[in-house]
Design a protein around this ligand. Structure first.
Ligand SMILES: [Zn+2]
Length: 180
Protein backbone atom coordinates (compact mmCIF):
# COMPACT_ATOMS: atom_id res chain seq x y z
CA UNK A 1 0.00 0.00 0.00
CA UNK A 2 1.29 3.50 -0.84
CA UNK A 3 2.92 5.91 1.62
CA UNK A 4 1.20 8.94 3.22
CA UNK A 5 3.08 11.13 0.70
CA UNK A 6 1.64 9.24 -2.28
CA UNK A 7 -1.84 9.44 -0.78
CA UNK A 8 -1.50 13.16 -0.05
CA UNK A 9 -0.36 13.85 -3.64
CA UNK A 10 -3.35 11.94 -5.02
CA UNK A 11 -5.73 13.78 -2.66
CA UNK A 12 -4.36 17.13 -3.86
CA UNK A 13 -4.55 16.21 -7.54
CA UNK A 14 -8.09 14.84 -7.39
CA UNK A 15 -9.49 17.35 -4.87
CA UNK A 16 -8.09 20.54 -6.44
CA UNK A 17 -9.05 19.56 -9.98
CA UNK A 18 -12.55 18.46 -8.90
CA UNK A 19 -13.22 21.63 -6.87
CA UNK A 20 -11.69 23.80 -9.59
CA UNK A 21 -8.62 26.03 -9.00
CA UNK A 22 -10.64 29.20 -9.79
CA UNK A 23 -13.39 28.31 -7.32
CA UNK A 24 -10.83 27.46 -4.64
CA UNK A 25 -8.86 30.69 -5.02
CA UNK A 26 -12.07 32.80 -5.18
CA UNK A 27 -13.30 31.13 -2.00
CA UNK A 28 -9.99 31.75 -0.19
CA UNK A 29 -10.08 35.39 -1.40
CA UNK A 30 -6.34 35.90 -0.94
CA UNK A 31 -5.24 39.39 0.17
CA UNK A 32 -2.91 41.19 -2.26
CA UNK A 33 0.00 40.80 0.14
CA UNK A 34 -0.19 36.98 0.11
CA UNK A 35 2.06 35.17 -2.35
CA UNK A 36 0.33 32.87 -4.92
CA UNK A 37 2.47 29.99 -3.62
CA UNK A 38 1.02 30.41 -0.12
CA UNK A 39 -2.55 30.54 -1.49
CA UNK A 40 -1.90 27.35 -3.46
CA UNK A 41 -0.54 25.54 -0.39
CA UNK A 42 -3.52 26.66 1.71
CA UNK A 43 -5.93 25.37 -0.93
CA UNK A 44 -4.09 22.04 -1.20
CA UNK A 45 -3.73 21.21 2.51
CA UNK A 46 -7.30 19.96 3.22
CA UNK A 47 -7.20 17.66 0.19
CA UNK A 48 -3.76 16.32 1.11
CA UNK A 49 -5.11 15.53 4.59
CA UNK A 50 -8.23 13.86 3.16
CA UNK A 51 -6.08 11.74 0.84
CA UNK A 52 -4.08 10.38 3.75
CA UNK A 53 -6.95 10.24 6.30
CA UNK A 54 -8.22 6.65 5.80
CA UNK A 55 -4.98 5.25 7.26
CA UNK A 56 -6.00 6.70 10.64
CA UNK A 57 -7.43 3.21 11.17
CA UNK A 58 -3.86 1.99 11.82
CA UNK A 59 -4.28 3.57 15.27
CA UNK A 60 -7.26 1.33 16.01
CA UNK A 61 -6.05 -2.02 14.67
CA UNK A 62 -8.71 -2.28 11.95
CA UNK A 63 -6.54 -1.38 8.97
CA UNK A 64 -7.99 -1.37 5.41
CA UNK A 65 -11.51 -1.90 6.66
CA UNK A 66 -14.24 0.64 7.46
CA UNK A 67 -12.29 3.83 6.67
CA UNK A 68 -11.30 2.27 3.31
CA UNK A 69 -14.85 1.81 2.08
CA UNK A 70 -17.70 3.22 0.06
CA UNK A 71 -19.53 3.82 3.34
CA UNK A 72 -16.74 6.09 4.59
CA UNK A 73 -16.74 8.01 1.29
CA UNK A 74 -20.47 8.70 1.71
CA UNK A 75 -19.89 9.87 5.31
CA UNK A 76 -17.15 12.26 4.10
CA UNK A 77 -19.49 13.52 1.35
CA UNK A 78 -22.29 14.29 3.82
CA UNK A 79 -20.04 15.79 6.52
CA UNK A 80 -18.29 17.99 3.93
CA UNK A 81 -21.70 19.08 2.59
CA UNK A 82 -22.78 20.17 6.06
CA UNK A 83 -19.45 21.90 6.84
CA UNK A 84 -19.04 23.71 3.52
CA UNK A 85 -22.67 24.19 2.49
CA UNK A 86 -21.93 23.26 -1.13
CA UNK A 87 -22.17 20.05 -3.10
CA UNK A 88 -19.15 20.89 -5.28
CA UNK A 89 -16.90 21.14 -2.21
CA UNK A 90 -18.42 17.99 -0.78
CA UNK A 91 -17.87 16.02 -3.98
CA UNK A 92 -14.26 17.26 -4.27
CA UNK A 93 -13.61 16.29 -0.64
CA UNK A 94 -15.13 12.83 -1.04
CA UNK A 95 -13.20 12.21 -4.28
CA UNK A 96 -9.93 13.22 -2.56
CA UNK A 97 -10.80 10.72 0.20
CA UNK A 98 -11.82 8.04 -2.32
CA UNK A 99 -8.47 8.43 -4.14
CA UNK A 100 -6.90 6.72 -1.13
CA UNK A 101 -9.03 3.63 -1.59
CA UNK A 102 -8.24 3.53 -5.32
CA UNK A 103 -4.49 3.78 -4.67
CA UNK A 104 -4.58 1.07 -2.03
CA UNK A 105 -6.55 -1.13 -4.43
CA UNK A 106 -3.90 -0.52 -7.11
CA UNK A 107 -1.09 -1.21 -4.65
CA UNK A 108 0.52 -4.37 -3.40
CA UNK A 109 -0.69 -5.39 0.04
CA UNK A 110 1.44 -7.99 1.82
CA UNK A 111 -0.26 -7.89 5.22
CA UNK A 112 -3.45 -9.79 5.96
CA UNK A 113 -6.22 -8.99 5.32
CA UNK A 114 -5.02 -8.45 1.72
CA UNK A 115 -6.71 -5.55 -0.07
CA UNK A 116 -9.36 -3.06 1.04
CA UNK A 117 -12.94 -3.55 2.20
CA UNK A 118 -13.95 -1.17 -0.59
CA UNK A 119 -17.66 -1.94 -0.90
CA UNK A 120 -18.59 -2.04 2.80
CA UNK A 121 -21.38 -1.89 3.98
CA UNK A 122 -22.73 -3.44 0.76
CA UNK A 123 -20.18 -6.28 0.82
CA UNK A 124 -17.66 -7.32 3.49
CA UNK A 125 -15.07 -8.67 0.99
CA UNK A 126 -11.53 -7.33 0.52
CA UNK A 127 -10.38 -6.28 -2.94
CA UNK A 128 -6.98 -5.77 -4.55
CA UNK A 129 -6.12 -5.37 -8.23
CA UNK A 130 -3.55 -7.58 -9.91
CA UNK A 131 -1.68 -4.53 -11.22
CA UNK A 132 0.42 -3.99 -8.05
CA UNK A 133 1.22 -0.53 -9.34
CA UNK A 134 2.55 0.67 -5.98
CA UNK A 135 5.00 -1.17 -3.74
CA UNK A 136 4.02 -2.00 -0.16
CA UNK A 137 5.44 0.44 2.40
CA UNK A 138 7.32 -1.52 5.04
CA UNK A 139 6.96 -0.61 8.71
CA UNK A 140 9.50 -3.27 9.74
CA UNK A 141 12.44 -0.90 10.25
CA UNK A 142 14.62 -3.67 11.67
CA UNK A 143 14.64 -5.66 8.40
CA UNK A 144 17.75 -5.12 6.18
CA UNK A 145 16.99 -2.98 3.14
CA UNK A 146 14.06 -1.23 4.87
CA UNK A 147 15.13 2.28 3.85
CA UNK A 148 16.09 1.45 0.24
CA UNK A 149 12.82 -0.41 -0.30
CA UNK A 150 10.66 2.42 1.05
CA UNK A 151 12.59 5.08 -0.88
CA UNK A 152 12.02 3.09 -4.09
CA UNK A 153 8.32 2.79 -3.25
CA UNK A 154 7.97 6.54 -2.59
CA UNK A 155 9.92 7.39 -5.77
CA UNK A 156 7.50 5.30 -7.81
CA UNK A 157 4.51 7.05 -6.22
CA UNK A 158 6.00 10.49 -6.90
CA UNK A 159 6.67 9.52 -10.53
CA UNK A 160 3.13 8.21 -11.05
CA UNK A 161 1.09 10.80 -9.13
CA UNK A 162 3.48 13.76 -8.78
CA UNK A 163 2.91 15.23 -12.27
CA UNK A 164 -0.86 15.48 -11.73
CA UNK A 165 -0.42 16.99 -8.25
CA UNK A 166 2.13 19.44 -9.66
CA UNK A 167 -0.33 20.40 -12.40
CA UNK A 168 -2.97 21.15 -9.73
CA UNK A 169 -0.41 23.24 -7.81
CA UNK A 170 0.65 25.07 -10.98
CA UNK A 171 -2.95 25.92 -11.88
CA UNK A 172 -3.59 27.25 -8.37
CA UNK A 173 -0.50 29.50 -8.45
CA UNK A 174 -1.47 30.78 -11.93
CA UNK A 175 -5.02 31.61 -10.87
CA UNK A 176 -3.87 33.16 -7.57
CA UNK A 177 -1.22 35.17 -9.40
CA UNK A 178 -3.79 36.71 -11.73
CA UNK A 179 -5.79 37.99 -8.75
CA UNK A 180 -2.84 39.99 -7.38
ZN1 LIG B 1 -4.82 2.90 3.27
Amino acid sequence: MPSPLGHALAGVAVGVLAAGPRTLVRHLDPPAARRPVDTAVLAMLPFAALGALPDIDLLFGVHSMYTHSLGAVVVVLLVARVLTGGWRWAIAASLAYASHILLDWLGHDTTAPIGVMALWPLRPDFYQSDLHLFLPISRRYWVPGFLAHNLTAVAREVLCIGPLAFFAYWRLTRVAGKRM
